[in-house]
Design a protein around this ligand. Structure first.
Ligand code: URA
Ligand code: ZN
Length: 393
């Protein structure tokens, strides 16, 4: 009897306990703070939440319990740091294998002298979790992007030898000047040569002013604008800059897995292509290199964290070469522990997961071979999840 294709979650985060302790000791975002009258501490990640954070801290200092709706950030439940909780979540949702990654903002804010040691310890922590759950957990390593370049390059060499490591997670900031910064190229080159795929994930969104003045509106819009629109644009901008800088052509072995189905890249690739063709300044250089479509077909993978078959169809169409129709480059994800259900038990099923799984079934047919590929077959092949995890050191 043919064995069932495993279900693999390639977009699933954790904050190890030591990382949370660092956030608890901080005075600025990212930060973890407890407030009177709330069961869980709050984790505040978005830099635009400074004002509500200060207001809630001032209220707490006056001995007042702030109302839940006025609290910044989100509740830091056991889902963020507990591996037992991750396994329970996987079992509840029929997920056979998870490829864990540190959640944003990773080590982007860590002091340069401490970043290397913290990266080593976070990555050792992820390795231990994977070792304790063989066959069920792999991970994308965290990089000390603020560390001196020799430390950063050594970390890449080190994580490439870790038996359960299948790539790295990276934000769009690079070393502080974006991924297309020339100083970033040796880092990207080292990752490409080590065969480490980069899981590119947003954190910074767009500047708050982008959302416009708010005269006359009542009520708050919560995290909707930064998460639904800011995050995807951030990813789109970062990849477009890499493309315009010619990095994909210079580093043909570079492989990127883009969070949230590439942000808006699948929808905007044609427009990017056209703008390049109609830009006198760029077109001459562009003629000697591959188009954004070639890059999407050859060097980019997309997760399927897009919550609708409409977006998923665009992702499939954009990432597909003529041969495969794109089905071989898409990989299911959940974004756990973000987006828990608000009206049902967090230990039960999460709507944010079923929305993504249903999108795959609706786009490709419930139980079809194509759906199975997106739900796990592709990740198993691309990330070599079947490979024996022997220590390569
Ligand atoms: N998903 C993430 O991975 N990070 C956030 O901050 C919010 C949603
Ligand atoms: Zn995520």
């Amino acid at each position: 009897m043919a064995s069932k294709t495993p279900v693999v979650d390639v977009h699933t985060h954790m904050y190890p306990p030591e990382y949370i302790q660092i956030l608890e000791s901080r005075d600025a975002i990212p930060i973890v703070r407890s407030f009177p009258g709330t069961a869980d501490p709050r984790i505040v990640l978005l830099s635009t939440e400074m004002a509500p954070l200060k207001e809630a801290e001032a209220a707490a200092a006056r001995g007042e319990a702030p109302s839940i709706s006025a609290l910044p950030g989100r509740p830091l439940t056991s889902h963020y740091a507990s591996v037992a909780q991750k396994i329970h979540f996987m079992d509840t949702h029929g997920i056979d294998v998870s490829v864990l990654s540190l959640a944003n903002p990773w080590l982007d804010f860590v002091d340069k002298d401490q970043a290397g040691a913290l990266a080593a310890s976070v990555n050792a922590g992820f390795s231990a979790m994977c070792k304790a759950h063989p066959g069920r957990l792999f991970f994308f390593a965290a990089l000390p992007v603020t560390a001196p370049s020799d430390v950063l390059l050594q970390t890449i060499a080190d994580v490439a030898k870790l038996p359960y490591c299948r790539g790295v997670i990276l934000g769009t900031g690079g070393l502080g000047q974006g991924l297309d910064d020339l100083a970033m190229e040796p880092v990207l080159s080292a990752l490409a040569n080590a065969g480490l795929i980069i899981f590119l994930h947003p954190h910074y969104g767009l500047p708050g002013e982008v959302w416009g003045p708010r005269g006359g509106t009542t009520g708050e819009y919560g995290h909707v604008l930064p998460l639904a629109l800011g995050f995807p644009m951030e990813t789109t901008i970062a990849v477009t800059r890499l493309f315009l800088a010619g990095v994909f052509d210079r580093l043909p072995k570079l492989r990127l897995l883009l969070a949230h189905s590439g942000g808006t890249l699948p929808f905007l690739a044609g427009r990017i292509d056209s703008c390049v063709r109609h830009d006198a300044h760029l077109w001459k250089a562009a003629q000697s290199r591959r188009s954004i479509w070639d890059v999407l077909h050859e060097q980019v993978y997309l997760d399927a964290v897009v919550y609708s078959d409409v977006g998923l169809q665009a992702a499939i169409a954009a990432s597909g070469g003529a041969k495969t129709g794109g089905l071989d480059r898409l990989m299911f994800g959940t974004d756990h522990p973000f987006f828990p259900p608000l009206d049902s038990d967090e230990q039960g099923e999460w709507e944010s997961v079923s929305m993504n799984a249903d999108a795959v079934s609706k786009a490709l047919g419930d139980g079809s071979a194509e759906a199975a590929a997106v739900m796990g077959g592709n990740a198993t092949r691309i990330l070599r999840l079947y490979e024996e995890s022997t220590d390569k050191a």
